[in-house]
Structure formats: structure tokens, C-alpha cells
Design a protein around this ligand. Structure first.
Ligand code: NAD
Length: 538
């Protein structure tokens, strides 16, 4: 029996088919919609104006978040067209910071199921349940276990808002089709008792599983994906540092996967470093970089900087000597009693030192904050950087702004306006002694959509450091001279689609050069990538 095409209300209630008042008279007649819609036919642009007006009238960002995702559930193409055209305004709502609040309130604002949930009860049957997912050609999976959601800690199954938000950026930012995206929550319990005791909480109400039980569940998930969705890229998201590293180390050379908190952040920062050094006419191989914070974000940056410095001509040992870490216990040195495995390669022979003495002794030209600690870059530290360097390069990356190591205003004031500055969250324009600066945002969203698109385009067997390095160079090449003049070392978010395309091209090109692509090289890679791009216009 042939399947009948949907008609009437079934069309209007299917978010992939629905165009609301934009259905033409011919479509209304053909689909049995006449009478079901007001008579006036509107364009998608008119619909966008109406939605935008309604959105802006909402009294809070969380209300805007609820409104936007309700739109996605009603008219998917309108949602994505709106997102593409107003990405700068809407990214802080569908992603950080509002998505954090949405996760905290997930169980309370829950409207309809989205994404896929796997629990320890599914051990041994993940394959059969994964086949319940209605789409069969999945290319991009974002998976979390909800244990370290942004800076908010263990939010258990409430963390599902993160894969959902991130995948909407893969679609809006790079054009990966929504039906090819799968958000996954590994609901392994939660150690957040407040959450578990909330009567509305929707996740597994038990402490987190750990150790072998945890690793075996993740392993069954990863290997089942290879079986059920063999063309999918897996992006690990918001795992606690120890698990983030363990999982990345297990899978990075075996399956097509990456960890955005570690590798995506690293590529954005590497791009910022390339651009800032070019702007200040300093050599990459002569750099001395000091990180404040030695967790997954900062160590991930260093782990990409090492191959990048080697590519620029240094030995691995020389590259490591350029990279210094200070954490809450001071300078990371060899004789420290306890060192995390991911910190070991960067523990240098040096006497113990606090942050200020370490700057005095190492004399870095680049200072990068990834601590999550508001004010960790004191006036003393920044002024010291300015006394050592003509143009100090300072990135205060912790999110949200209330957690940033320093503000843009402080960085400019404490360096007499000489700093090259970037932050993790958007910074306000800074006026200092008649000059106007628009500092850039080291936002992972510049990198991950393009990485996803490039890897999907060539079906890379795994994702190499060289691909992240190529992504960083491609991002850096997209910064315009007028942006540089205003002290901005990143492109505007409104350029995201173009930036992602250039990154995808660089990533696919690198995969072909490294023989990591699993589909034959097309004559024109750029044209092949263009063909993949989802366009929600109607
Ligand atoms: P993490 O918990 O793994 O690491 C935090 C590190 O900071 C630890 O090494 C800790 O010792 C150190 N630290 C804490 N307080 C300190 C202090 N007062 N002085 C010196 N060091 C201190 O966390 P993470 O995943 O590495 O993330 C750290 C921060 O980086 C977060 O706040 C996050 O917002 C930010 N981040 C930003 C981006 C981005 O902007 N693109 C991406 C990822 C992470």
C-alpha cells in the first residue's frame, strides 16, 4: 500500500512541511489547506518580521528561548531562516548564556520531547532503541552526560538543552540539515540531590554510575552509532574534565569524534593567537604563553598549540617550553606532589611561584584565562603584562561575563589601551582616551559548525589535529582589516555561514591530503560542500 502524502492539518502540524500563512493558493488547493488558514498569503520575510516583533516583546530571555523552540516545533524552516538572519541577536538565547538557565529549568519548562535518551537500563539494547529514531541518515550527533553543563555543574538529564542548542547552531551556522542531527543525553543519573528531589525532574533519579559501568555504557553507545549511523560525527559535550579526556583518548583515533570543550575551544584560541601575533608583528615560534587555569579548556589549547608550533618549525620539546600553566596551586612545576595526567607534559623545571612571580619570571607575551574565576586577572597582573610587552595579548575566556578573569574595559585601561584583547562572552564596545575598541569573542561557535560540515563532506575516518589547525587558520583569514583596526581579532558572528564554509573547505582539504577521507575526492570540493548545505528559504 503506498503511503499517502500528508494533507490538511497533518501538513500544518508537521514542522518540516509547515509554512503557515506562506502557503500559496496553489499549494492550499493541492494540500487541502483552503479554509484552514487566513486568506492573506504572506512571504517568509513577513513571517520573520512578525516572529521577531513577538520575540522582542517577551519580558525575559528564558521566555524568548521557550518561544523560539516552540517555533521550531511548529515551522522548522522559519525557525532556521530567522536564526540565520539574526544569529548575533539569537545565539545568546538559543545558546549561552540563556541555554544555561533553560537547562536549570528544563524539567519545569518541558513542552515536548526532543533528542534521544539512553540510560543504564538500556545496556545491551542500545541498538534496538536507537532504531526508534525516525531519521536514518544521521551525520552529526552531540552527546552529553549532563555532568558539567557550562559553568553550572551536574544538571543530569536537564543538560539535554545543550545538545539541542548546539545542533541548532550546526544547522544555522554551517547548513547541516536538521534531519541529519541527533541530540543525545546519556542519562546516567545525577549527584545533584536538589535535582533528584525535584518532583518535576525527568531524569533517572539515582546517583551517577561510574567506573567500568559508565565506560561500558558509553562504549556500547559509540560502537552502536558506528553500526546504526555509520556516517555520523560524534561530538562530546560538557563532560567533567576527567571523563572528557578519558573518552577523547579512547575514541579520537578510532571513530570520527571530537570534544568541543577541549578541541573546539583550542582551535578558536589558536586562531585568535595567529591573528593577534600578526596584528602585533610578533613571531609565533617566539611566543611565551601563560595560561591561568589548567583544566580541560586550557590544556586542550596547549595540546593543539604543540602541533601548531611544531608545524611552524619547533621540536615538540621546544614547543612545550613556550607553554606555561598557573592553576589554583600556583605555577605548574615538575616537583609538584600531585599532577593530573593531562598536566604532566606542561610541568616544567622551575621553582614554585604564584601568578605574579610567574609572570615576572617567565615574561609571557600572551596571557590566557580559563579559570571560571571572576577578577582572576588583577590590575597588578595586567599592568605587569603591559610593562613587559609593547602590545600584550590577553584573552579572558571564562563564561559568562560575570565569571570572566577581567573585563575588556579593565584590560584596555590597565595597559594604556595597548592590549590585544578577546573574551569568552560578548564584550561591550570600549572607549579609551578617544579610541573606540570592539573586542572580539573567542566563541567556539566559529569553529564547530565548520568542522562538522567539513568532516561530513569528506567522511573523514577520524578528526586530526591538522584539521583543527587548518580550521584555526581559515577562521583567522576571515578577519577583515576594519575589524582588526577596532581591535577585534575575530570575524563578526553575522559572517558565521561564510566562516563555516571556509573552515569546512580547509578541513576537507586537509582530510584529503592526509588520506583520511572515505569518499573519493570530488573535482571541486567547494562545489561538493555547497551541495550539502541546507537552505530553509521558501
Ligand atoms: P576546569 O574545571 O577543568 O578547570 C578550571 C581550572 O582553573 C583548574 O585548573 C583550576 O585549578 C583553575 N583555577 C580555579 N581557580 C583558579 C584561580 N583562582 N587561579 C588560578 N587557577 C584557578 O574547567 P574548564 O573546562 O577548563 O573551563 C574553565 C573555564 O574556561 C570556564 O569558566 C569556561 O567558561 C571557560 N571556557 C571558555 C571557552 C570559550 O570561551 N570559548 C570554552 C571552554 C571553556
Amino acid at each position: 500500500m503506498s503511503k499517502r502524502s500528508p494533507r490538511g492539518f497533518d501538513v500544518l502540524h508537521n514542522p518540516k512541511l509547515n509554512k503557515g500563512t506562506a502557503f500559496s493558493q496553489e499549494e492550499r488547493d493541492a494540500l487541502g489547506l483552503t479554509g484552514l488558514l487566513p486568506v492573506t498569503i504572506t512571504t517568509q520575510q513577513t513571517q520573520i518580521s512578525r516572529v521577531l516583533n513577538n520575540l522582542r516583546r517577551k519580558s525575559s530571555d528564558i521566555e524568548r528561548y521557550i518561544f523560539l523552540f516552540a517555533l521550531q516545533g511548529r515551522n522548522e524552516r522559519l525557525f532556521y531562516r530567522l536564526l540565520i538572519e539574526h544569529i548575533e541577536e539569537l545565539m545568546p538565547i538559543i545558546y549561552t548564556p540563556t541555554v544555561g538557565e533553560a537547562c536549570q529549568k528544563f524539567a519545569h519548562i518541558f513542552r515536548e520531547p526532543r533528542g534521544f535518551y539512553i540510560t543504564p537500563q538500556d545496556r545491551g539494547r542500545i541498538k534496538s532503541i536507537l532504531e526508534n529514531w525516525p531519521e536514518k541518515d544521521i551525520r552529526m550527533i552531540v552527546v552529553t552526560d549532563g555532568q558539567r553543563i557550562l559553568g553550572l555543574g551536574d544538571l543530569g538529564a536537564n543538560g539535554m538543552g545543550i545538545p539541542i542548542g548546539k545542533l541548532s547552531l550546526y544547522t544555522a551556522g554551517a547548513g547541516i540539515a536538521p534531519e541529519q542531527c541527533l541530540p543525545v543525553m546519556l542519562d546516567v543519573g545525577s549527584n545533584n540531590s536538589q535535582l533528584i528531589n525535584d518532583p518535576l525532574y525527568l531524569g533517572l533519579k539515582q546517583p551517577r554510575i561510574s567506573g567500568d559501568d559508565y565506560l561500558q555504557l558509553v562504549d556500547e553507545f559509540v560502537s552502536t552509532v558506528q553500526d546504526v549511523f555509520p556516517k555520523a560525527v560524534i561530538q562530546f559535550e560538557d563532560f567533567i574534565t576527567a571523563n572528557a579526556y578519558s573518552l577523547l583518548n579512547i575514541y579520537r583515533d578510532r571513530v570520527c569524534c571530537f570534544n568541543d570543550d577541549i578541541q573546539g575551544t583550542a582551535a578558536v584560541v589558536l586562531s585568535g593567537i595567529y591573528t593577534a601575533l600578526e596584528l602585533s608583528e610578533q613571531s609565533f615560534t617566539d611566543c611565551r604563553i601563560m595560561f591561568l587555569g589548567a583544566g580541560s579548556a586550557a590544556t586542550g589549547m596547549a595540546d593543539l598549540l604543540v602541533p601548531a608550533l611544531c608545524e611552524a618549525g619547533l621540536s615538540e620539546n621546544e614547543a612545550r617550553q613556550c607553554l606555561w600553566f598557573v592553576d589554583r596551586n600556583g605555577l605548574l612545576v615538575k616537583n609538584r606532589e600531585f599532577l593530573n595526567p593531562h598536566n604532566l607534559p606542561y610541568a616544567h623545571r622551575h621553582e614554585n611561584a604564584d601568578f605574579i612571580s610567574a609572570i615576572n619570571s617567565i615574561r609571557p607575551n600572551i596571557l590566557i584565562g580559563a579559570t571560571g574565576v571572576h577578577g582572576a586577572f588583577s590590575k597588578e597582573a595586567i599592568s605587569l603584562m603591559a610593562s613587559i610587552n609593547q602590545q600584550p595579548i590577553i584573552f579572558a575566556l571564562s563564561n559568562p561575563t560575570s565569571h570572566a578573569e577581567c573585563t575588556a574595559q579593565q584590560a584596555y585601561e590597565w595597559t594604556d589601551g595597548r592590549v590585544i584583547f578577546a573574551s569568552g562572552s560578548p564584550s561591550k564596545t570600549v572607549s579609551y582616551r578617544g579610541q573606540v575598541f570592539k573586542p572580539g569573542q573567542g566563541n567556539n561557535a566559529y569553529i564547530f559548525p565548520g568542522i562538522g560540515l567539513g568532516v561530513i563532506a569528506c567522511r573523514a575516518s577520524y578528526i586530526s589535529d591538522e584539521m583543527f589547525m587548518a580550521a584555526a587558520r581559515a577562521l583567522s583569514s576571515q578577519v577583515s582589516s576594519s575589524q582588526l583596526e577596532q581591535g577585534n581579532i575575530f570575524p563578526s558572528l553575522s559572517q558565521l555561514r561564510q566562516v563555516s564554509f571556509q573552515i569546512a573547505l580547509a578541513v576537507a582539504d586537509t582530510a584529503y591530503r592526509q588520506n583520511l577521507a572515505q569518499i573519493p575526492q570530488p573535482e571541486n570540493i567547494s562545489a561538493a560542500i555547497s551541495e550539502l548545505i541546507y537552505d530553509p528559504t521558501y
